[in-house]
Design a protein around this ligand. Structure first.
Ligand code: HEM
Length: 420
């Protein structure tokens, strides 16, 4: 290709980009598939946008998850990772470590966080979902027939669900909701409030783990304390970091699955009608493939979490130096026409849909079964109980959160026919 014919690189990380990053990602995939850029934080990083490169990078053991490998780690302290995790002593969690530590911790947590435990939790998720819809339907006065689905539905469901699963007593769960709200509202903004919320959560979890140790129950925290592998256990510090990462990784992601997913359905009425008809006939198969397609089409995790080159290497024909951060753009890979037919079309029955929305390789999402359960319950219940749900804002007036890793709406105003 002749250089003069290449259009200029589109601006990244602006407000316009946040509302629709897909055209910019199409440009990157085509013209600069492994692209060096300065992030809003000032950190320089490589963006990987093609599906084949992304999948390779996610499984490449030369790319470490440990921020000590960042070339700027000495003076760039605190610029990568989750705000507040350093000061709260929460660094040793799955998303920050490599084998063999990762293998050990993942094996231990997998003994407690089992698909069976998740499946047993299904009735509780359905109950929580119905309670939230009841509250929305029971509204009176000028709020009647209206809701903001992010604040009233997508946001509370995952936080109560994971708190319940961990064994956080109900009377303390509203504190978690407030701390999580602080993290989600200010994720891309001031770090002070977020760091304070992380510290409070950390203190609370440490105390809870301490108490549970004396009185083990059936909850996930008790499971984490009990889990052992060849005589090895999690230390209290590791258990606290694990509980924290389960909350952190499982919260905003699920909010965005419900938010982005519902929004995509409202914007694609033919697909929404298909799903609504299938559900009305008691056919749940389209719900399962549909949730996977919503993850591919506009997934919650726009960029996978940080990776750092532990040696000079070549990726997608591009040389990457030791110490450089590499960000795999899941949202771009999942729209790659080399991998997916009509990638910009939402097709709830899409076959051959090996999307990267949950990552790939050893860090593949541990919570995927829970996310699927919550996503399916939330979307199905919403469509069943608010059948004439419609968007109450112009798409161009909706605001997307500006954080780096996640992609999600700030608000999702909707209307529906209220109970008479
Ligand atoms: C890892 C996505 C929900 C817990 C990941 C990764 C992705 C992801 C992309 C890999 C990150 C990377 O390689 O850099 C999602 C999505 C979710 C979701 C899209 C919702 C729709 C959950 C839930 C939980 C959870 C509900 C737990 C309650 C985790 C954990 C990891 C992880 C612990 C780290 C695994 C490891 O490093 O071994 N998730 N996640 N996630 N997720 Fe999820």
């Amino acid at each position: 290709m002749h250089e003069n014919h290449t259009p200029p690189a589109p601006p990244l990380f602006t407000w316009e980009f946040a509302s629709d990053p897909y055209p910019a990602y199409a440009w990157l995939r085509e013209h600069s598939p492994v692209h060096r850029t300065e992030l809003p934080s000032g950190v320089e990083a490589w963006l990987v946008t093609r599906y084949a490169d992304a999948r390779q990078a996610l499984a490449d053991q030369r790319l470490s998850k440990n921020p000590v490998h960042h070339s700027e780690s000495a003076h760039g302290k605190g610029k990568v990772g989750i705000p507040g995790e350093r000061s709260a002593n929460l660094m040793t969690h799955l998303l920050n470590i490599d084998p063999p530590d990762h293998t050990r911790l993942r094996r231990l947590v997998s003994k407690a966080f089992t698909p069976r435990r998740v499946a047993e939790f299904a009735p509780r998720v359905q109950e929580l979902t119905d309670q939230l819809i009841d509250t929305i339907l029971d509204k009176q006065g000028i709020e009647k027939g209206k809701a903001d689905l992010i604040h009233e539905f997508a946001f509370p469901l995952p936080i109560y669900a994971i708190c319940d699963m961990l064994g956080v007593p109900r009377e303390d769960q509203d504190d978690f909701r407030d701390w999580a709200g602080m993290m989600i509202r200010h994720g891309g903004g001031p770090r002070g409030g977020v760091a304070r919320s992380v510290k409070r959560m950390r203190t609370y979890l440490a105390e809870l783990i301490h108490r549970k140790r004396e009185d083990l129950g059936e909850d996930l925290i008790s499971g984490l304390i009990r889990a052992s592998d060849h005589g090895e256990h999690l230390t209290e510090n590791e258990a606290a970091a694990m509980a924290f990462i389960l909350l952190f990784a499982g919260f905003e992601t699920t909010v965005n699955l419900i938010g982005n997913g519902t929004y995509a359905l409202l914007r694609n009425p033919d697909q929404r009608e298909r799903l609504q008809n299938a559900l009305a006939e008691g056919d749940e198969s389209l719900l399962a493939t549909g949730i996977e397609e919503l993850l591919r089409y506009d997934g919650p995790v726009e960029l996978a979490t940080w990776r750092f080159a532990t040696q000079d290497l070549t990726l997608g024909g591009q040389r990457i130096a030791e110490g450089d951060p590499v960000l795999v753009v899941l949202a771009a890979a999942d729209r790659d026409p080399e991998r997916f037919a009509d990638p910009d079309t939402l097709d709830l029955s899409r076959r051959d849909n090996q999307h990267l929305g949950y990552g790939h390789g050893i860090h593949y999402c541990l919570g995927a079964p829970l996310a699927r359960l919550e996503g399916q319950a939330a979307i199905a219940t919403l469509l069943r109980r608010l059948p004439d749900l419609s968007l109450a804002a112009e798409p161009e007036d909706l605001r997307w959160r500006g954080g780096l890793i996640m992609r999600g709406l700030r608000t999702l105003p909707v209307e529906f026919t209220p109970k008479s």
